[in-house]
Design a protein around this ligand. Sequence first.
Ligand SMILES: O=C(O)[C@H]1O[C@H](OP(=O)(O)OP(=O)(O)OC[C@H]2O[C@@H](n3ccc(=O)[nH]c3=O)[C@H](O)[C@@H]2O)[C@H](O)[C@@H](O)[C@@H]1O
Length: 432
Amino acid sequence: MPSLNEEELFLPSTPGKFKDRSNTMHRQFHRCFASTSTLFLWALFLVALTASYLSFQSFVESGSRYLSSTWGGIQWEKQVRTSAQIHRANGFSVLVTGAAGFVGTHVSLALRKRGDGVVGLDNFNDYYDPSLKKARKSLLNARNIFIVEGDINDSPLLAKLFDVVAFTHVMHLAAQAGVRYAIENPHSYVHSNIAGLVALLEACTTANPQPSIVWASSSSVYGLNEKVPFSELDRTDQPASLYAATKKAGEEITHTYNHIYGLSITGLRFFTVYGPWGRPDMAYFSFTRNILQGKPITVYRGKNRVDLARDFTYIDDIVKGCVASLDTAKKSTGSGGKKRGPAQYRIFNLGNTSPVTVPMMVGILERQLKVKAKKKMVEMPGNGDVPFTHANISLARRELGYKPTTDLQTGLKKFVRWYLSYYGYSHGKSVK
Ligand SMILES: O=C(O)[C@H]1O[C@H](OP(=O)(O)OP(=O)(O)OC[C@H]2O[C@@H](n3ccc(=O)[nH]c3=O)[C@H](O)[C@@H]2O)[C@H](O)[C@@H](O)[C@@H]1O
């Protein structure tokens, strides 16, 4: 049986009809034209198919990003706006980064209490127990403060926040904290304290109006300085840890944004802040836990068995310094991403001005907890620690009216009371 030729494949058969030559030529022309247009139609169809596949893909991607994203949407925007609402005359609306952190929580509460609008931002990372951060978040939610779950490196999120709210101030407390952890995870410091800071400043620069910025630097910028007390005029070019180096870099970076874009900047050098709802990675906190659990604590000592000392500063004093910084911050001068005039740039020490040695701090805890610590005295490892800190606070006193009132004994008493109410008194058992 003869096989069907091409013509028969594409044209309907007309049995019994005579096929003359002219007809054949016409048909060939027609066939040629028909096959070209068929090809064209096929090509068009394929292009349309590919295009719709690609747009479907991007729809699926953006849809899943939207669904998996923790921010965005009408309801979310409403929560942000409501939280930012000001409830006092001449009040502020403040974006607090690191709001579920130790200092962030306390500052947010203080601002809300006096009627300022507060929106929190926190990435809830697991540098330390995130359940403590979630508990702080609940505390804030109970005061109608909304916490956006997100990272300061997320520029679209920052742009959205400034789009939804005309923040008057940013209290920037989000950071990778901890001096010694930088040995383990150096990139985390660059990610949060450098890249994250730049992302935030970029967002503030283009925001309209530009907010005034108050942010957390650190006493660690004084590094290996020996002249005490540390003054803001002293050199800060001998950091002893990557943490300190990133905070120092932050001071330089904020200066650049102040100079180029007219952002109003206040940097606060915090001195070993402690208190209720504190950070479990800090010595006073982990010592308390270990003492209660009957576990040994490692107490570092400097060269020649000299005790280490810190200018421990109680959280309520720090909060007053933060709020006073916001109150005295001048407006940023830029708009539309351009500087319109010189803007305020300040740096303040926020310390207690009375350093206490680490063994003395342990002694206070022992008396508060009524348990003897199992101390292991160890020479300070060369991993970023400095032997002592001591703040000169005359500048903050003069410009901010800053006057710390809580000594370590009083402050630790309050901390221990909170610790026992939060974790319970559990000797030798693991606590939550
Ligand atoms: O003032 C600051 O800028 C810094 O204060 C603290 O850093 P640090 O003073 O080192 O606080 P802790 O980690 O609580 O250490 C306090 C003292 O206890 C000592 N320590 C720490 C841990 C330990 O196991 N044993 C021990 O003796 C340290 O050497 C230090 O002298 C914070 O952790 C930093 O985030 C902050 O920036």
